[in-house]
Design a protein. Structure first.
Length: 109
């Protein structure tokens, strides 16, 4: 993973922090909101790794052309599939990051 990819995906992941941070901003004393805020910040930092892991796994079973035609070609405004994909990666960022650590170490060697 390159630094440019990581930084671009950090910008995408900050949307999740704002979504969960709104509840904390409205009621900062609620422990549930505090927990969600901490979860969202950690997920924000792990989001690029999760997205990279999902893309790597998906490309092992399909070719790149599959993702650029048909149903996946439409923009977010038409079907919302990209937004659902980002939400999936954001919510599963921590577990996917933890699962990808051995693979990142293996590539570094």
């Amino acid at each position: 993973m390159k630094i440019k990819y990581y930084l671009i995906n950090l910008l995408i992941g900050v949307i999740g922090v704002f979504a969960f941070g709104e509840g904390w901003y409205k009621n900062p004393d609620n422990p549930k909101n505090q927990l969600w805020l901490v979860f969202s910040v950690v997920s924000w930092l792990a989001f690029p790794f999760a997205r990279f892991a999902v893309e790597t796994i998906a490309l092992k079973f399909t070719d790149e052309g599959f993702w650029h035609r048909g149903f996946f070609k439409d923009s977010v405004g038409k079907n919302g599939l990209v937004a659902i994909y980002w939400a999936f990666c954001f919510l599963l960022a921590i577990p996917l990051f933890l699962l990808s650590i051995p693979f990142l170490k293996k590539k570094a060697e």
